[in-house]
Design a protein around this ligand. Structure first.
Ligand SMILES: [Zn+2]
Length: 830
């Protein structure tokens, strides 16, 4: 097991980078497929809970063999999972997974949708899930997507009956089945009917599964072979699925390609069971649209006459088809096929329409230069008429010659009113279980809107078309080649408080630092009075209190001192020393990985201060980084000196200098070299040290006793997902509950997401002491969240308590408890 695991991890490093945002020109085979698709009027929506739940093989087959409009509605963005490639958690992980899913869909041909639901972490039952998701809101999102997408058939990955395990899984099936009727009912969510109409799908099918020990398939279910080979694409659907699924890199889902027969099983949970086909009873042709026969005939002749070497010869016919579609009565399929034909006209024409910048950022109150590059590569009859970006437009009447570049640039001003490029679901403060989105029309949308779009109008065979292209940041990386990344609108100054949570001991006076970064030349920032959540007489002193930046991308540090009387949350802002005194109050976060586009989002510059009754004992901490977490920063806030220990440092350092050594989350899962230091760490403990092991997962780890601990214990999958679960103190007199902080029930108030994961089990009862027992509702108590053994003169601790979540969230009890674990070896001779 261990070897396989390592192989997967290392393979990331050598996987060629497939991501590219460059404008993709279709091959003639893609165009031929898209032409044939024009005569298919069917749609399927797949519904599940997370990025990775979707059946990519089935989606590839439906989109590329059946040529249905195929969508995947993932209720969440996968914010709560474990991240195998970095330390991003929560909304940042959701941002990465959003892009991974979009990459997967570019491969398998599906369209991506999300609801507002937040992936708050593991949940054992749908009831628990619905206490956090607002059930009615998320149902309305599913209904909205169904009414917009109008699927003939809805497919769920999971059943409503719990075999899917995770509470989110079951909840996704419950909502999809409920939405089947609700979407068709005008009395349900009538406010949506301003924009969409009611929709009755034909049936809901559960795509049953065989996940090894969990087999829900049966012979009386409807069976479909999706293992075919598509010669136009040179791949089987299993091969396409593997490439698609391998985009889920943050989950380590590099997948092997499947070839040969591949049977999918289905059971109807709403509507009738299919007998001959998934789409039994659904008309899939133009016959269902009044006047559609003419369209169908034009498409047939376009397919027959398509010339692989000269797709441009089809353009005139496509323009005729476009006009013919325009004459139909308005409706779903008219709108849908107009879009497809529009796309085909651009692709068959060989038109290259590029709008790019050489800067990643368009800065409010500054200007940005946009470079346009057009090329009529196949010499279609095309006359450029007009180019519009925001408020700027230019008229032309220029015939685009065959394979000649037409380049020009334009500098545009970015007014302060131009919205920053914030993912819409992060624009407002979120609730615990869902994102706040006020604009109904945005619901379901997968990605952030582009900061700037160029509309390029051209006459093609006498008909006027507008091609809309996002303006992208384009550059050439010496290793990765030419890259296109999103253009991002940002404020002229960014504010980053150095600390997010400040712990002051004994009073609410505190000090800190702000980093101000200019994104514009010659910008003056004047620090404003600090905003706060609760009313309090606050005195704040800045040094300096105003800064003029000569150049952009310069960072200045401002020291501040606050005198206050209570715990509070503070908001920093600067005003620009201009006539209007524009105010800016945002910081920017960047997430960069090679396999997804650059991710940027904005956060309010805020600091929270807690006057915490926290005593610490000991000073020097060694921290062995595992999969990545923010515990070391929290330890520094608490007043410890933290040294990060890697393979090299562990080899050369004398461990006896450390009052305690902590291992980061999953350190034994992610660092193969931990084995080498077992003896050294045990010697350190034996001589009076204190080794604290945070959770590791049970699945990919060798014999635990030999590798982690001086005494026997195993790691289970037991977790306490209720963050309010009662905590019983089994050993009230134990030092870990008494020194230097007296731990009480109050210390377990205000926790987030969960209590603990991957508990210890089967420990040596002679050696280990268990400190707590806790349980989720309706489950029996477990004592494996925190176990401590004395070994020689020192201590060894294993804990599944989620310090890595609670400390960055500023939960007081988590600081106090961790301080006590660190103080366990207080009698150590110095
Ligand atoms: Zn899942």
């Amino acid at each position: 097991m261990r070897k396989i695991y390592l192989l997967i991890i290392t393979s990331f490093l050598f996987v060629p980078v497939t991501f590219s945002q460059a404008p993709q020109s279709w091959t003639s085979a893609d165009m031929y497929l898209a032409l044939r698709k024009l005569n298919v009027l069917g749609s399927v929506l797949y519904v599940a809970a997370h990025p990775d739940d979707e059946n990519t093989r089935l989606i590839s087959y439906l989109a590329k063999d059946r040529m249905y409009r195929t969508g995947y509605l993932s209720l969440t963005r996968g914010d709560g999972g474990q991240n195998l490639i970095g330390d991003e958690q929560g909304i940042e992980l959701g941002l990465i997974r959003t892009q991974e899913l979009l990459s997967a869909r570019r491969i398998d041909g599906g369209e991506q949708f999300f609801s507002r639901a937040f992936d708050f972490g593991y949940s054992k039952t749908p009831e628990e899930t619905f206490t956090k998701w607002d059930r009615e809101k998320i149902l309305s999102d599913v209904v909205w997507v169904i009414r917009k997408f109008q699927p003939d058939v809805i497919i769920t990955r999971f059943p409503t009956t719990g075999e899917g395990g995770h509470g989110h899984h079951t909840a996704s099936a419950i909502l999809a089945n409920e939405a089947f009727a609700a979407a068709a009912d005008p009395n349900r969510f009538p406010e949506q009917l301003k924009y969409v109409s009611v929709w009755q799908a034909k049936r809901v099918l559960w795509n049953t599964f065989n996940f090894g020990n969990n087999n829900t398939t049966a012979n009386d279910q409807y069976k479909l072979d999706v293992g075919g080979y598509n010669p136009l694409l040179g791949k089987s659907y299993g091969e396409i699925a593997a490439i698609s699924r391998s985009n889920h890199k943050s989950q380590g889902f590099g997948s092997a390609a499947g070839r040969g027969e591949a049977i999918e099983f289905f059971r109807a949970t709403k509507g009738d069971q299919p007998v001959n086909d998934l789409m039994d009873g659904v008309s899939l042709t133009w016959n269902k649209v009044a006047g559609g026969e003419t369209v169908s005939k034009i498409v047939d002749s376009l397919v027959r006459s398509f010339d692989l070497l000269h797709p441009e010869n089809s353009v005139q016919g496509l323009v005729r088809l476009y006009k013919s579609l325009g004459n139909l009565k308005d409706g779903y399929w008219k709108e849908q096929k107009l879009k497809e034909v529009h796309n085909l006209i651009a692709q068959c024409s060989g038109l290259f329409l590029d709008a790019t910048t050489t800067e990643q950022f368009a800065v409010q109150t500054d200007s940005v230069r946009i470079n346009f590059s057009f090329n009529n590569r196949l010499g279609t009859d095309a006359v450029l008429q007009k180019v519009t970006v925001d408020k700027f437009d230019t008229a032309f009447s220029k015939s685009l010659e065959k394979n000649k570049n037409f380049n020009f640039s334009k500098t545009v001003y970015v007014p302060v009113e131009k919205p920053i490029t914030q993912p819409y679901w992060l624009a407002r403060k979120m609730e615990e279980g869902y994102f706040n989105v006020t604009d109904e029309k945005l619901i379901g949308q997968a990605d952030v809107d582009p900061a700037c779009q160029a509309s390029i109008e051209a006459t093609i065979f006498g008909e006027r078309f507008t091609f809309v292209r996002p303006v992208k940041y384009k550059f050439t990386d010496p290793v990765r080649g030419e890259l296109y990344e999103p253009l991002v609108v940002i404020p002229p100054v960014l504010i980053a408080p150095e600390e997010k949570n400040i712990i002051s001991k004994g009073s609410n006076n505190f000090e800190g630092k702000l980093n101000l970064t200019s994104k514009k030349k010659g910008f003056t920032a004047v620090l404003k009075d600090v905003g706060r959540d609760k009313v309090d007489q606050v005195k704040i002193k800045y040094s300096p209190d105003n800064i003029t930046f000569e150049d952009k991308n310069k960072t200045a540090v401002v020291d501040y001192e606050v005198q206050a009387a209570m715990d509070n949350d503070y908001y920093f802002a600067v005003d620009a020393n201009n006539g209007r005194k524009d105010v800016f109050h945002l910081g920017m976060k960047e997430v960069k990985y090679d396999h997804v586009p650059y991710i940027n989002y904005f956060t309010i510059a805020t600091v929270s201060n807690r006057n915490l009754d926290l005593k610490i004992y000991g000073k020097k901490i060694g921290y062995i980084v595992g999969a990545g977490d923010k515990v070391p920063e929290a330890l520094e806030q608490m007043g410890y000196e933290v040294t990060l220990l890697t393979d090299k440092e562990l080899a050369k350092n004398k461990l006896n200098d450390f009052d305690a050594i902590l291992t980061g989350v999953r350190a034994y899962n992610t660092n193969d070299w931990m084995n080498k230091y077992y003896d050294k760490l045990m010697k350190y403990v034996n001589e009076g040290g204190n080794l604290i092991v945070q959770y590791n997962t049970s699945s990919n780890i060798g014999p635990v006793r030999a590798k982690i601990s001086p005494y026997n214990f195993d790691i289970s999958r037991t977790r306490i997902t209720d963050e309010n679960a009662a905590v019983n103190f089994l050993k009230p007199e134990h030092p870990v509950l008494n020194f230097p902080n007296k731990i009480t029930g109050d210390d377990f108030k205000g926790w987030i997401q969960e209590r603990s994961i991957y508990h210890a089990t089967n420990w040596d009862k002679e050696k280990f002491e268990s400190i707590f027992s806790m349980n989720d509702p309706a489950e029996k108590a477990d004592e494996g969240a925190l176990i401590i053994a004395k070994h020689g003169k020192g201590y060894f601790t294993y804990t599944g308590i989620v310090f890595f979540r609670e400390l960055p969230a500023g939960v007081p009890g988590s600081f106090r408890l961790l301080a006590n674990i660190i103080a366990l070896n207080k009698k150590k001779a110095f």
